[in-house]
Design a protein around this ligand. Structure first.
Ligand code: COA
Length: 425
């Protein structure tokens, strides 16, 4: 069976997390992703958060599946020539260097267009054009600058960052969409284009509902926020809303049986209007179905604390999975708080390939997250991440057409091997 992006060659100049998430997705969709790394060093994450001495870290392996790795010193003359040849041959160049780094290497957008007018050049940067465009940015900086941190946490506590890597992996996703769209447009125009996904913009896009609430706040208090029920006045900016639902249906995280010892014995519980009567029956308050002040959604907004306290009295008598089993058939939306341990052991996620076990020559077997996008005509088989420079000479020969003699000369040029190794040989 063919893959969606079969035949697309990606020059992967990415490192750390944001860029690699993007190119890993492209690889899973079938592109030939050639990751360019610095000889002897490689992507810094290979050696970050190491758990198996001498092996590539999980940080690296889990972000670089299904890719080939080649090592090229881009500051070496021969290295630059190889890169030029790669630019001429590939369809897409993806990079997330600090602003200006690619230009300093001699690969400005203007030069790339001269070398290959069909090239799609895709970049992650921290900020878009403007006063912060030169800044280096990491995940949590993006979460803070994109509006996520100011709206996450409890109103009486400090801003919080979230465990979901919305700045890095979220922006990688945005970039991948831009690249696929640019490939489609190139089919019609024959031209490449520049694709930019700034991390601040990506985070803000994911915080869209909070900008919605900012404008609603200008018209009056946000009545679905528990702050409203608590009688605490609103300020002039969207407050942190704890675990309140971000939509129009009130929801909270509630304790379940075993919460005293299990930090994840909780459920998310949504009192969706359509399921209100079932909620009342389940928790043993059938009178609330018709009682004045309870029967209509708008009337309940100032009583949400009372209502959720009562629901919690019920959820505390059940495990989070029993809550799910009872509520789901009644269309009451609930969700167990799953720990990473429970997710790692989840048979359903393994069966769909969302959790995969991968074998690696130096670290052995490890778990990873497989492709979260399922396509009926483009199946994904997750293969291990490449060792540093594992495919350098294979790519030089197969993809770029260098002869054996030329490859032998490149090996001694310092373009593909670290200086120390060269001296030892
Ligand atoms: N051979 C030789 N030099 C290489 C090379 C190679 N194969 N690959 C990279 N380099 C050089 C670059 O040319 C650059 O050199 P220069 O600064 O002398 O021009 C240098 O390595 C460092 O690149 P840089 O991107 O600045 O790395 P950094 O570790 O200083 O910064 C980030 C890391 C992530 C902060 C920065 O890359 C960044 O802000 N990226 C954009 C936003 C982003 O993606 N952030 C999230 C990361 S998950």
């Amino acid at each position: 069976m063919t893959k969606a992006l079969e035949g697309v060659k990606v020059l992967d100049f990415t490192h750390v997390q944001s860029g690699p998430t993007c190119t890993q997705l492209l690889a899973w969709l079938g592109a030939d992703v050639i990751k360019v790394e610095r000889p002897g060093e490689g992507d810094a994450t290979r050696k970050q958060l190491v758990d198996v001495a001498g092996a590539d870290s999980l940080y690296f392996t889990m972000l670089n599946h299904n890719k080939r790795s080649i090592t090229i010193d881009t500051k070496n003359k021969t290295g630059k020539e190889i890169l030029e040849r790669l630019v001429k041959t590939c369809d897409v160049l993806v990079e997330n260097f600090a602003p200006g780094a690619l230009d300093r290497m001699g690969f400005s957008w203007e030069n790339i267009q001269k070398l290959n007018p069909r090239m799609i050049m895709a970049s992650v940067k921290g900020f878009g054009p403007g006063k912060y465009e030169d800044c280096k940015v990491y995940e949590n900086v993006a979460q803070c600058a994109g509006g996520s941190a100011s709206t996450t946490g409890f109103r009486d506590g400090p801003p919080l960052v979230t465990g979901a890597q919305i700045g890095d992996s979220g922006t990688g996703l945005h970039l991948a969409l831009g690249i696929v769209a640019a490939l489609l447009q190139r089919e019609r125009t024959g031209r490449g284009q520049k694709v930019l996904a700034p991390m601040q913009d990506g985070v803000l896009n994911l915080c869209r509902v909070k900008l919605r609430d900012q404008q609603r706040l200008e018209k009056g208090p946000l009545r679905e926020y528990s702050q409203f029920g608590d009688g605490v006045p609103f300020g002039n900016a969207v407050p942190r809303a704890g675990n309140d639902s971000g939509g129009g249906q009130p929801g909270r995280i509630l304790r379940c049986k075993g919460w005293e010892t299990d930090p994840n014995a909780y459920t998310y519980f949504i009192t969706q209007a359509a399921a209100w009567e079932h909620v009342c029956d389940v928790i043993g308050e059938p009178g609330w179905k018709t009682a004045p002040g309870f029967s209509k959604p708008a009337e309940r907004l100032d009583k949400l604390n009372l209502i959720f306290d009562r629901i919690e009295q019920w959820t505390m008598t059940k495990t989070k999975f029993e809550v799910m089993d009872i509520c789901n058939p009644l269309d009451i939306p609930v969700g167990p708080i799953l720990s990473m341990k429970e997710i790692a052991e989840d048979e359903g996620l393994r069966a769909t390939g969302t959790i995969v076990e991968v074998d690696h020559p130096t670290r052995g077997k490890y778990l990873s997250v497989g492709c979260p996008i399922k396509m009926s005509d483009s199946p994904v088989e997750v293969t291990r991440s490449p060792l540093l420079g594992e495919h350098t000479y294979e790519v030089l020969g197969q993809v770029l057409g260098y002869t054996a003699d030329e490859i032998a000369a490149i090996k001694t040029s310092g373009a593909t091997e670290p200086a120390k190794k060269m001296a030892a040989e």
